[in-house]
Design a protein. Structure first.
Length: 225
């Protein structure tokens, strides 16, 4: 059983997340009646606007599902000190600039998910962070990803100019083997714009071709495979 605490300042958001996570339990139990909930079942045990006191988080909580607005209120530090290494975090964000640097915080595991994610994606992300896995997309993690994957030290020199959110999306699609026309369709942009982004990616990474750009992207943690 995965015990989840939802932290969001807006009641409608909390209610929506509770309903979406309830679908995870229904999906898990869809095979028929069971005598006990399976280990992967998701159980929302508490909802909160903020977590300002150490005792506010129920001791049986496993995962915090939190909106980025709640995170930026800065009310988690005292609570985390009392639960170091136990809680996992799934942060919901709508844009790259809003995602904080999570390095150094005592999460057991963490992830960043788009606010537009489906029920299936939300449920899968909760289960993944509960298992200790990193969850996220380059479009949201962006320039923070290399440091967050390997800590504060890395062998790779920082890029003189970080890739933009759109360039990270293009690089991820390059890694999936998509041609320029396919990338244009996937991102609803023109072929000319795709070529411009690809050229910019080459320049920023110092790559000569697609294969090299993808390899460098993987080495820097900018591409999730």
């Amino acid at each position: 059983m995965i015990n989840v605490v939802i932290v969001a300042p807006v009641f409608a958001v909390r209610a929506g997340l509770r309903a979406m996570l309830a679908a995870g339990r229904a999906e898990t139990n869809a095979g028929g009646a069971v005598s006990a909930p399976p280990a992967s079942a998701i159980n929302v045990i508490w909802e909160a606007v903020a977590l300002s006191e150490p005792g506010a988080i129920p001791p049986e909580a496993d995962v915090l599902v939190m909106t980025v607005e709640a995170f930026h209120k800065g009310l988690l530090s005292r609570a985390l000190l009392h639960r170091e290494g136990h809680l996992a975090l799934l942060l919901l964000a709508d844009r790259l600039q809003a995602v904080p640097n999570l390095a150094g915080l005592p999460w057991r595991a963490w992830g960043v998910l788009s606010v537009d994610s489906s029920v299936e994606e939300l449920v899968a992300a909760v289960r993944a962070v509960h298992e200790g896995l990193l969850v996220g997309t380059p479009a949201l993690l962006g320039p923070w990803l290399p440091r967050l994957l390997v800590g504060e030290t890395t062998d790779a020199e920082p890029l003189p100019e970080p890739l933009t959110e759109r360039e990270l999306q293009v690089l991820q699609l390059l890694a999936q083997g998509l041609a320029n026309k396919q990338i244009a369709v996937a991102l609803s942009i023109s072929d000319h714009t795709v070529k411009f982004h690809v050229a910019s990616i080459y320049g920023k990474l110092g790559a000569a071709n697609r294969t090299e750009a993808v390899r460098m992207g993987v080495q820097r943690g900018l591409v999730l495979l």
